[in-house]
Design a protein around this ligand. Structure first.
Ligand code: PMP
Length: 400
């Protein structure tokens, strides 16, 4: 048999075959027409979007749109260059200052995406003589950032400070320059890191701590600064990474730090240097979204959390297996059968509800998930419609 360079994709070829029997592919959903923050035409049907990360519902905010439009007209469609060459505009620097101010920290770098922010920080700050200790359920961008660098990489059990402690202890002196990495809200089942305990462990070993607040910026904390603020550990966190693609409704990423020295690392970060910077319109809408988060955050957060509790309680009442706590990410665990997971996902779509289908290896276990993520812009009636759609399929979901 001749070897093909494509042999390794057989798993995906099989998946395609399974999906071909359905009239919609969960991994290639086409939003045919956007109707609002929470609705679109998908597969020819008016559909409630219950699987976006549009937490504060700012994608259609007229103030963000006006700022984006103005920048588009005045500064053009793109910077056509890296931050390090011609791609740093006044807006990029202003957003860095505004993020630093928002978090009350001295150092800040804006990247082209959150994925790239994690690649930049994790491949550069910890070097060959350092170690990274990452939660086993970390996002792919955290794993990829580790791969791109030279540090020793050690995983600890998800949300298990005792396991982290044990692994730091084994590192001996090296623990003092080790970087511990956790997330504020984990994206798959919406659980939060036990941050106070993790801080206690990192402090004891003199290690550094990075928190990825991709899903918690604007969602947690009195001022929306994420789990770090909610847990009251702002003094103890060394790096906060986040994204503009969720609560800020655009695309981009950032890292802020209490270490001014972060600035020295900027020009050593390949993912910062070797990609184009964000378009001026994106930077402009993100700046306005951040100011809205500052001013109207509590009100938007209240709506988001009311929706989260409503959906979590509604689904829990059917007896589904779900994450440990109510959260803007609400996941229902199905069984291992890919086939029945695909069918349930498809039937939800048929009922006008889009959620994310997560299958291993993307799910944290060997089981499939139906993952909802909510928005402050969802109405109570929309949440009830999502609950009803799940309810109509509850027998099959429970059988799974
Ligand atoms: N970190 C986490 C925890 C995420 O969930 C994501 C996106 N899903 C990212 C980083 C990457 O963000 P972006 O979409 O800005 O690349």
């Amino acid at each position: 048999m001749t070897r093909s360079i494509f042999d390794k994709f057989q798993y995906y070829a099989n998946l395609r075959e399974d999906v071909a029997r359905l009239d919609a592919n969960p991994f290639n959903v086409v939003v045919e027409q956007v109707l609002s923050e929470t609705e679109a035409i998908v597969n020819g049907r008016r559909t409630i979007l219950a699987g976006t990360n549009n937490y504060l519902g700012l994608t259609f905010d007229p103030r963000c749109i006006a700022a984006g439009r103005k920048a588009l007209e005045e500064e053009g469609t793109g910077t056509t260059g890296s931050r390090m060459a011609n791609g740093t505009y006044a807006g990029h620097l202003a957003l860095e200052r505004e993020l630093a101010e928002f978090f009350g920290l001295p150092a800040s770098i804006v990247f082209s995406t959150g994925y790239i922010a994690n690649l930049g920080i994790l491949s550069t700050i910890p070097g060959a003589s350092d170690a990274i200790l990452l939660d086993a359920d970390s996002h792919a961008s955290i794993y990829d950032g580790c791969r791109l660098g030279n540090a020793e990489v050690i995983r600890f059990r998800h949300n298990d400070p005792a396991d982290l402690d044990k692994r730091l202890r084994r590192l001996g002196d090296k623990a003092e320059s080790a970087l511990v990495v956790v997330e504020g809200i984990y994206s798959m089942i919406g659980d939060q890191a036990p941050l106070q305990e993790i801080v206690e462990v990192k402090r004891r070993h003199g290690a550094y701590l990075m928190v990825d607040e991709a899903h918690s910026l604007g969602v947690l904390g009195e001022r929306g600064r994420g789990l770090v603020e909610q847990a009251g550990v702002e003094e103890d966190v060394d790096f906060i990474v986040g994204t503009f693609s969720k609560s800020l409704g655009a695309i981009g990423g950032f890292c802020v730090s209490r270490w001014q020295e972060l600035e020295h690392a900027r020009y050593a970060m390949r993912p910062y240097i070797f990609t184009a910077s964000s378009s001026p319109s994106i930077i402009a809408s993100t700046r306005v979204a951040l100011s809205i988060l500052r001013e109207q955050g509590p009100e938007l957060r209240k709506r988001l959390w009311d929706n989260a509790h409503r959906l979590y309680q509604g689904l829990k009442a059917f007896g589904f297996r779900m994450g440990p706590e109510s959260s803007p990410v609400v996941a229902v665990t199905l069984g291992r059968s890919k086939d029945s997971a695909l069918k349930v996902w498809h039937d939800l779509l048929d009922k006008g509800v889009y959620v994310n289908l997560v299958m291993p290896p993307a799910s944290p276990t060997t089981e499939c998930l139906l993952r909802c993520s909510l928005s402050a812009a969802h109405s109570a009636a929309q949440i009830d419609a999502v609950v009803d759609a799940f309810g109509a399929l509850s027998g099959r979901i429970l059988e799974n």
